[in-house]
Ligand binder design. Structure first.
Ligand code: KMT
Ligand code: NI
Length: 178
């Protein structure tokens, strides 16, 4: 995992889009935005044990797997990719353990700047409910992830703007507390 400010250029979103001069964002700064991160073991059994433990600690009851690629999503690929990259929020955490491939989660920081989080196999990230974000593949066009859910796997994206949403308001209150 590596995070940095996004350059906001209008080119292919699958490119790195590193702002120049390079502006890294630390795990601590991500935490201040409510984003949590775990580095998982690449050994399959150890990785599963770690994910199981995190699920127990944080009450994640359900999980499934998604392959974000042309093969994995078939006819839905274009539509899904577009939905993922449309700025949105959820009323629950977005929890992803990357098990293969790579991609980018972009989140809005306190100052409403895009922070790009580059993820690859072994990265587990949690985006808090109410944070504006989006997702894209990188130039390798392939990512496989375990999606974890607190309860039922309902995954409704609410596109920006939805500033009156109660989960959005609660999220903003957690930022004020810092
Ligand atoms: C979402 O809701 O934005 C996603 O599920 C992104 C793809 S999962 C790596
Ligand atoms: Ni999302």
């Amino acid at each position: 995992m590596r995070a940095y400010l996004y350059d906001n250029l209008d080119t292919d979103c699958r490119e790195p889009h590193e702002l120049q001069p390079l502006s890294p964002v630390s795990i601590k700064e991500l935490e201040q935005s409510g984003v949590l991160y775990w580095q998982l073991d690449l050994d399959k059994d150890k990785c599963k044990e770690q994910v199981d433990n995190i699920c127990k600690e944080r009450n994640y009851m359900n999980r499934d797997e998604i392959t974000v690629s042309k093969d994995g999503l078939g006819d839905l690929f274009d539509q899904k990719i577009k939905t993922f990259f449309t700025e949105h929020l959820h009323e629950d955490e977005e929890i992803r353990a990357i098990i293969d491939g790579s991609g980018y989660f972009d989140i809005r920081d306190k100052q409403d700047r895009w922070v790009r989080i580059e993820v690859q196999a072994g990265d587990l990230i949690v985006l808090p409910a109410g944070i504006y974000h989006r997702f894209t593949l990188d130039m390798n066009n392939y990512l496989r992830a375990i999606r974890l859910f607190k309860e039922d796997p309902v995954w409704t994206p609410l596109n920006r703007p939805c500033d009156e949403n109660p989960y959005r308001k609660s999220y903003l209150e957690t930022l004020v507390a810092h």
